[in-house]
Design a protein around this ligand. Structure first.
Ligand SMILES: Cc1cc2nc3c(=O)[nH]c(=O)nc-3n(C[C@H](O)[C@H](O)[C@H](O)COP(=O)(O)OP(=O)(O)OC[C@H]3O[C@@H](n4cnc5c(N)ncnc54)[C@H](O)[C@@H]3O)c2cc1C
Length: 420
């Protein structure tokens, strides 16, 4: 069986790897010159399955409304007349209901924990080094933030995830390089949560998949599918037509452009975020673990001898321009906590677009078209979910049962044609 995968971000690469492992002939098409050049390129690198959850949560609409008037807000909303934007917001607001939030979070965590086990197995098998590290410290600048963390801690307790609420002094003992002058009321320490360089991992897995026999084709754009008798007959590309037995759309935010002409409607919204990457110039001043500043929702992750500083959720803006305000916030937070670790004005900046569905979970597996499969909509946690998503989709295409329950992780929740 020959399968064409469109997209070589982290999701497409993992899908191709697992498809090949289950014996398929696999071709990956990517318009860029290599793997992980778009949203998978310079994300925060955080792989904390226990923290995975939807952005649609109780209390969130009020928080977003407050952020609208703050200069260094972690969430930026630019209203426009685009009906797709308002349709997405309407659905997102409905998903902030407490019961729906709990359901969506459980769905995402089911996939995230499964994904972590797949990643560990893969790491053991291939000895992949992707600048991985363990330990995550969520920093609270105010006593109110400490208090508000109770809900998170209750959830971590229920999940049996190792965690500890620590005082400011204890936090500074865990991460000795935290700047003593910056106000710190306490922190949540998660010793087993992981971080790693997503693009590095994608490159190495691509190498392994290629040696296994996957055919990666770069600089080629998928332009549209042609249907015949309810099946995809061929794929039109910038380099002519291609045929396969099955097709997977793993095109991140641009998956919609391929799906919409087929009548597959998915409320996928690009939510922009930014990162700064800077070489560490003073090793003894740089963090050993990963930290997350709760006030600004900015993550600072050690990746080898560099720091990755990432954050901001921007909805409703167009284009992929770097926005000065967002970059200033990243550097402010990094300088607040680790002022002497790096020369921050030398940072390299990046902007990426999270492929976000309003309820949170991605869409995996079958579509309303028999030989077309989906692996998209991973939002802000695609790196955490990548290995599990790739394995699930490969299993489904191979005609095997997925190893996790797919309830709430397929397109059935948006497109009832398959469920009917
Ligand atoms: C600032 C920021 C921080 C983040 N931090 C984290 C984090 O800490 N942890 C985490 O788990 N996730 C994080 N994420 C989210 C994560 O990066 C994404 O969920 C993930 O990268 C999505 O992967 P993807 O493969 O679906 O998309 P992409 O990486 O965008 O890959 C899609 C690929 O498809 C290609 N493509 C699209 N259309 C076509 C076409 N028609 N023809 C050919 N090729 C096509 C594109 O060129 C692209 O390479 C973050 C995102 C951002 C923006």
């Amino acid at each position: 069986m020959h399968v064409i995968v469109v997209g070589a971000g982290i999701i497409g690469v993992c899908t191709a790897y697992f498809l090949r492992r289950s014996g398929m002939e696999v071709t990956v098409l990517e318009r860029q010159a290599g793997v992980a050049r778009e949203t998978s390129f310079a994300n925060a690198g955080v792989m904390a399955p226990s923290y995975v959850g939807p952005w649609a949560q109780p209390g969130m609409p009020g928080k977003v409304a407050n952020y609208l008037f703050k200069a260094e807000a972690p969430v930026v909303f630019r209203p426009s007349t685009d009906p797709a934007l308002w349709g997405w917001i309407r659905r997102w607001l409905a998903e902030c209901d407490p019961a729906r939030f709990a359901r969506n979070k459980a769905r995402m965590q089911r996939l995230a924990f499964y994904s972590q086990s797949q990643l560990h197995a893969l790491r053991k098998l291939h000895e992949i080094d992707y600048e991985q590290a363990t330990g995550y410290l969520q920093l609270f600048r105010s006593p109110e933030e400490v208090e508000r963390s109770e809900a998170t801690r209750a959830m971590l307790r229920d999940l049996g995830v190792a965690h500890r609420l620590v005082t400011a002094d204890e936090a500074r003992a865990i991460e000795t390089t935290l700047h003593p002058v910056t106000a710190l009321a306490g922190a949540l320490h998660l010793p087993d949560d992981e971080t790693g360089n997503c693009a590095f991992f994608a490159h190495q897995l691509k190498g392994i998949a290629e040696r296994d026999g996957v055919n990666f084709r770069f600089g080629i754009s998928a332009e549209g599918f042609d249907l015949a008798q309810g099946r995809i007959e061929r794929l039109r590309t910038s380099q002519g037509e291609l045929r396969a037995d099955a097709y997977v759309v793993a095109g991140g935010v641009d998956s919609l452009a391929l799906l919409r002409p087929l009548g597959i409607r998915l409320p996928l919204l690009p939510v922009k975020g930014y990162s700064a990457t800077v070489s560490i110039t003073a090793l003894d001043q740089a963090p050993m673990t990963s930290v997350m500043d709760e006030t600004y929702k900015v993550a600072i992750t050690r990746m080898g001898n560099r720091l990755r500083i990432a954050g901001t959720a921007e909805v409703g803006t167009t284009g992929m321009k770097l926005r000065d305000g967002a970059l200033r916030t990243l550097l402010k937070v990094a300088s607040d906590w680790f002022p002497a670790a790096a020369v921050y004005r030398r940072a390299q900046f990046w902007v990426g677009a999270r492929p976000m569905l309003p309820d949170g979970p991605p869409v995996l597996g079958p579509s309303p078209i028999a030989n077309l499969y989906l692996n998209t909509g991973h939002g802000s946690t695609g790196w955490v979910m990548a290995c599990g998503s790739g394995k699930v989709v490969a299993d489904v295409i191979a005609g095997q049962s997925a190893e996790i329950d797919l309830d709430g992780l397929t397109i059935d929740r948006y497109d009832r044609r398959r469920a009917a």
